[in-house]
Write a new protein. Structure first.
Length: 148
């Protein structure tokens, strides 16, 4: 499975947020703007982190925010938010986070396939730094290997 398209509406660059909840909320807004998820999905992503801790901080500087498939998901997709000032999620090793990648999937099978695809991208340790420094949607698409 390849990554889904990355609409321009699903990318927000250089944001300032007060905390990790605002960062995840902004990523949810990007998913919603792009027609990938309903606005309520942001609350589901936040709830998962509140319940299970900062497990979503999967690499230094990178959070993979997501929630279970459900009625809030309209299509499989991703959104990317970069933060001009990184925020702490409470992870002992990988804080602070400068890139929040939000993942929404309609089925469990798609979830596993998309996470595997994302893992391939982030095997390159420079990918997070490149995303954090990106100044355009096209640059983000190039780094992610995604299409329009």
């Amino acid at each position: 499975m390849s990554l889904p398209t990355l609409p321009a509406d699903a990318v927000i660059l250089g944001s300032e947020v007060a905390n990790w909840r605002d960062a995840v909320r902004l990523a949810g807004t990007a998913l919603s703007r792009a027609g990938i998820a309903k606005p309520e999905y942001a609350g589901e992503m936040i709830r998962m982190i509140e319940e299970h801790g900062p497990y979503v901080v999967i690499a230094p500087g990178l959070a993979l925010a997501h929630a279970r498939p459900g009625p809030e998901v309209l299509a499989d997709g991703i959104a990317i938010v970069t933060l001009s000032t990184p925020v702490n999620f409470g992870h002992p090793y990988n804080d602070p986070v400068s890139v929040v990648l939000a993942l929404a999937v309609a089925s469990g099978d798609a979830h596993i396939a998309l996470v595997a695809e994302l893992a391939n991208i982030f095997n390159d340790s420079s990918a997070v730094e490149e995303l954090a420094a990106a100044t355009s949607v096209d640059e983000v698409r190039r780094i992610m290997g995604a299409v329009q």
